[in-house]
Design a protein around this ligand. Structure first.
Ligand code: PLP
Length: 395
C-alpha cells in the first residue's frame, strides 16, 4: 500500500538552501532561508536564553509532560508581549493563550478553532503571503480568497486594492494579517491603515487572525505590535499566532502561542478549552524546553532586560543593513532600490526577474528565491560589496 506514494518535490526554500550549502564558491552569499544571522553568518543563541538554560539545567527535576496549555510563565508573558504589559483586555480576562509548537503550531491550532466554529470558513490571505500559510490552514479544511497587498511596481502596500478586495469580506470570514515585518515583502501597514482595517472589521464583522512572527525585528517590540493592539482594543474577537522563534532565537525549540481574544472571560475560557482539545488531536502536549526558557526570560526582570537589549541590537543591525545595501546598490546601478530602507524585518523583494535571480545563483553563487526575495540578515560587511556588484552585473 505505502509503495503507491510518490516522492514529492523538495520544499522550494529548503531545497534552494541545501544547494547553497553545497556550493563551494568561497564568495557565495546565501539569502534564502528566513533565520536571523549575525555579522559572522551565525544564527546566535541569545545570552538571556543561554542564562535561562543554565538555570534550567541546574534546577530541572523531571521530564514529565507539560500541562496541555503549556508553561504558565510563557503563556502569560507572551500575551503581555503581544497585547502590552498593561493590557485592559488581559486584566478583564478576555484573553487566553495556549503554548504551541512554534508559530506554525499556533496557526494550525487557530485554524482548528476557526473550523470548529465554522467548518470550511473562508480565510482572506494577502497576495503574496508566506506560502506555508496555505497548507497550515488549508489542511484543516479552511478555504482561501486572496486580497491585493503588495504592489511590485512601487514596492509598497497596495492599500486601495486591499480595501477594495476586503470590502467583500463578511461576518462569516477570517482575514489573515501579518502583524509586522510582512513575509515575503517587508511592506507593512501604517497605523492609520490598521485603523481603516479595524473600521472595516467593525462594520462588516469579519474576524482578524494576526500572524506575528517577527515582533521586535522591524521597529521594536512595542511599535511592531501597535496595529494588532489597535484591532484588539476595538474588536470583540480576534485570533493571534505568536512565535518566539525569531525574537528569542528559539527556532528549533518550537516555541509559540495561539492567543484568543473573546467577547468576555467565558468565551476566552471556552476558546482555550477548544484549543486544548484541538491540540490533543494533533500532538497532545507542547514541547517544554523553549517555552520554559522563554517563560524565565519573561518572568525575570534582569533576564528580560538583557533579552530586550539583544533584540534591539538585532533590529538595529537589520535596519542598518537595509540602509547600507541601498547605498551600495546606488554605487553600481541607476535603478532605485531605496524601498529596501522603507521595508521592515528580514525580507524584501529586490524586484529582479526570475531569470536574473537564476543568473545570480548560477554565475555568482548569490542565492535568493526566484521571486528575488532576500533575507536581509544574511548580508554582512564581508559579502555586501560582492552582493551589490553581482546584482549590478545582472542588471
Ligand atoms: C510569516 C510567518 N509566520 C509564522 C512563522 C512560523 O514560525 P515558527 O513556526 O518557526 O515559529 C514564520 C516562520 O518563518 C513566518 O515567516
Amino acid at each position: 500500500m505505502l509503495d503507491t506514494l510518490q516522492r514529492l518535490p523538495d520544499d522550494p526554500i529548503l531545497g534552494l538552501a541545501a544547494i547553497a550549502r553545497a556550493d563551494e564558491n568561497p564568495d557565495k552569499v546565501d539569502l534564502t532561508v528566513g533565520i536571523y544571522q549575525d555579522e559572522t553568518g551565525l544564527c546566535p543563541v541569545f545570552k538571556a536564553i543561554s542564562e535561562a538554560q543554565r538555570q534550567l539545567t541546574a534546577e530541572e527535576t523531571t521530564k514529565a509532560y507539560m500541562p496541555p496549555a503549556g508553561d504558565a510563565n510563557f503563556t502569560s508573558g507572551i500575551q503581555k508581549l503581544v497585547l502590552g504589559d498593561n493590557s485592559a483586555l488581559i486584566a478583564d480576562g478576555r484573553v487566553s493563550a495556549i503554548q504551541t509548537p512554534g508559530g506554525c503550531g499556533a496557526l494550525r491550532i487557530g485554524a482548528e478553532i476557526i473550523n470548529a466554529a465554522k467548518p470550511g470558513a473562508r480565510v482572506w490571505v494577502s497576495d503574496p503571503t508566506w506560502p506555508v500559510h496555505i497548507p497550515l490552514l488549508g489542511s484543516v479544511g479552511l478555504q482561501f480568497q486572496t486580497y491585493r497587498y503588495y504592489n511590485p511596481e512601487d514596492h509598497s502596500v497596495n492599500f486601495d486594492g486591499m480595501v477594495a478586495d476586503l470590502a467583500a469580506a463578511t461576518a462569516e470570514d477570517i482575514v489573515l494579517l501579518h502583524g509586522c515585518c510582512h513575509n515575503p515583502c517587508g511592506a507593512d501597514l501604517s497605523l492609520e491603515q490598521w485603523g481603516v482595517i479595524a473600521d472595516m472589521a467593525e462594520k462588516q464583522g469579519f474576524t482578524p487572525f494576526v500572524d506575528i512572527a517577527y515582533q521586535g525585528m522591524g521597529d521594536g517590540l512595542e511599535r511592531d505590535a501597535a496595529g494588532l493592539r489597535l484591532l484588539a482594543e476595538r474588536l470583540p474577537e480576534m485570533l493571534v499566532a505568536a512565535s518566539a522563534s525569531k525574537n528569542m532565537g528559539l527556532y528549533r525549540e518550537r516555541t509559540g502561542a495561539a492567543i484568543f481574544l473573546g467577547k468576555n472571560a467565558d468565551s476566552a475560557g471556552a476558546l482555550l478549552s477548544q484549543a486544548t482539545v484541538a491540540a490533543r488531536k494533533v500532538y497532545s502536549m507542547p514541547p517544554a524546553h523553549g517555552a520554559i526558557l522563554a517563560g524565565k526570560v519573561f518572568a525575570d526582570a534582569s533576564l528580560n532586560a538583557v533579552w530586550k537589549s539583544e533584540l534591539e541590537e538585532m533590529c538595529q543591525r537589520i535596519n542598518g543593513l537595509r540602509s547600507q545595501l541601498v547605498a551600495k546598490l546606488a554605487g553600481v546601478t541607476d535603478r532605485d532600490f531605496s524601498f529596501i530602507e522603507r521595508e521592515k524585518g528580514m525580507f524584501s523583494f529586490l524586484g529582479l526577474s526570475e531569470e536574473q535571480a537564476i543568473r545570480l545563483r548560477e554565475e555568482f553563487s548569490v542565492y535568493m528565491l526566484n521571486s528575488s526575495r532576500i533575507n536581509v540578515a544574511g548580508v554582512n560587511s564581508s559579502n555586501i560589496d560582492y552582493l551589490a556588484q553581482s546584482i549590478g552585473n545582472v542588471l
